[in-house]
Design a protein around this ligand. Structure first.
Ligand code: ATP
Ligand code: MG
Length: 419
């Protein structure tokens, strides 16, 4: 028996409606925010993620699914969505379209992680990326889009945390302060942090090791080092959130897992699903497009982990809409009736009605039992007399009543009754 690979999951036929619901909700949020869907390849040149995610990140250092293809090129399964969308933006000259360019995606992502609840090796993200605007309105709108997605799903108890990590200018000063702070603790910190100390001390705030986390708690706060422009921008974002009454806390330890962020960063965090509590994370990445060789345009986005959302919804008893069921099950008593049932079902399906018939040569009794299991809303049995009269006795399963309905009028009857 060959098992599903560690850290991956099947979505079973009786569970997929939950995924569809979350994805439909994502699409609906995208529609009202005027975000257009984009799809990029599942694998890209490894170099894209090295440059676009950053060499000092866990994602690039430890988590990438990298392989050599038969042509000897180094390829990587996408560990996140942003780098691919940024590449697409540059490669297709979208910089010359009217700004901002507002996009969204629903994509699988791959990271070689230690699998646990809410942490998989293949997971899925709903993400948005908005290119071309550096105004605080855009930051606020992206945060509102994430918040309205969680609201629409009726997810409760998720807290918004925001921070600004400044720009290159303020980060210069801040990095010096961080180094001064971390230098005496370096011996006690993990090897990763020791190498981050030289390359990108900001990353040391994002370490997952308990001992490093504890040391990072006392580190200087980036918000005390913001330059005037970054401070003004952050204040602007905050007042827009305040104006909408969107609650948040400023958490100066949020730096986000990826290297290319600047200014606003944010996370939506739940306490209900253990340590993997971040259901959505995002931020501004004004330096990414130029890093990838494009025009230096600002951009901002977020990604929400669909598995984590589903886990949260299941754990907290958030209601899902019911799965779809057949509108009618047509049982046949003999060969001729079964053929007729098949024909009626084909006609109904042509009109968009979900109709079901027997595939298993079951007895009528067994067919009815199966019909019940499918949750069909109406059931009709076809036998000799129905064939002769072209009238069916249609049973409404919700109340057990039956109605005599002409086959020619079955479709309009079902439409009328299925309210
Ligand atoms: P974490 O701190 O949990 O490792 P991250 O900072 O690596 O998260 P991002 O790269 O910002 O996560 O990805 C955005 C979202 O994607 C996360 O908030 C989370 O909901 C989801 N996500 C990230 N990694 C995984 C994973 N391995 N399995 C399931 N969901 C994930
Ligand atoms: Mg991670």
């Amino acid at each position: 028996m060959i098992n599903v690979p560690r850290g991956t999951k099947d979505v079973l036929p009786n569970q997929s409606y939950k995924w569809q619901y979350v994805e439909e909700t994502a699409r609906e949020v995208a529609r009202v925010f005027n975000l257009k869907e984009v799809r990029t390849p599942t694998f890209e040149h490894t170099e894209l993620f090295k440059r676009g995610v950053g060499e000092t990140t866990d994602v690039v250092n430890k988590e990438m699914y990298t392989f050599e293809d038969k042509g000897g090129r180094s390829m990587t399964l996408k560990p996140e969505g942003t780098a691919g969308v940024a590449r697409m933006f540059i490669e297709n000259g979208l910089a010359s379209s009217p700004m901002p360019v507002k996009t969204f995606y629903i994509t699988p992502a791959f990271r070689y992680e230690n699998p646990q609840a809410g942490r998989l090796r293949e997971f899925h993200q709903f993400g948005i990326e908005v290119f071309g605007s550096s105004s605080p309105e855009t930051d606020a709108e992206v945060i509102f889009a994430a918040s309205s997605f969680l609201d629409k799903l009726k997810i409760k108890g998720v807290k918004l945390e925001i921070n600004s990590i400044g720009c290159r200018i303020c980060r210069n000063e801040y990095n010096k302060a961080l180094k001064n702070y971390f230098a005496p603790h370096l011996e006690e910190m993990c090897a990763n942090c020791r190498s981050r100390f030289d390359k990108n001390p900001l990353r040391m705030l994002d370490c997952k090791e308990e001992k490093c986390k504890n040391i990072a708690k006392g580190a200087p706060k980036i918000t005390d080092y913001l330059c005037d422009d970054c401070k003004k921008h952050f204040d602007g974002v905050r007042s827009l959130l305040d104006a909408e009454g969107l609650e948040y806390t400023v958490n100066s330890n949020i730096v986000r897992g990826l290297d290319y962020y600047s200014r606003t960063v944010f996370e939506f965090v739940s306490t209900e699903i253990g340590s993997q509590g971040t259901v959505c994370g995002g931020g501004r990445y004004d330096g990414l497009l130029s890093e990838l060789g494009g025009n230096p345009l600002p951009a901002i986005g977020f990604a929400a982990g669909i598995e984590r959302l589903l886990l949260l919804m299941e754990n907290t008893g958030v209601p899902f809409p019911e799965d779809s069921v057949p509108l009618i099950y047509l049982a046949g008593m003999d060969e001729k009736s079964r053929a007729q049932a098949f024909k009626i079902a084909a006609g109904l399906r042509g009109n968009g009605v979900c109709a079901e018939v027997d595939h298993m040569q079951r007895s009528v009794k067994a067919q009815l039992k199966y019909a019940d299991k499918t949750g069909a809303k109406f059931v009709a049995v076809i036998g000799e007399s129905e064939l002769e009269s072209s009238v069916l006795n249609v049973k409404k399963m919700s109340d057990g009543t039956t109605s005599a309905v002409k086959i020619a009028e079955l479709y309009s009857y079902l439409c009328k009754e299925d309210k």
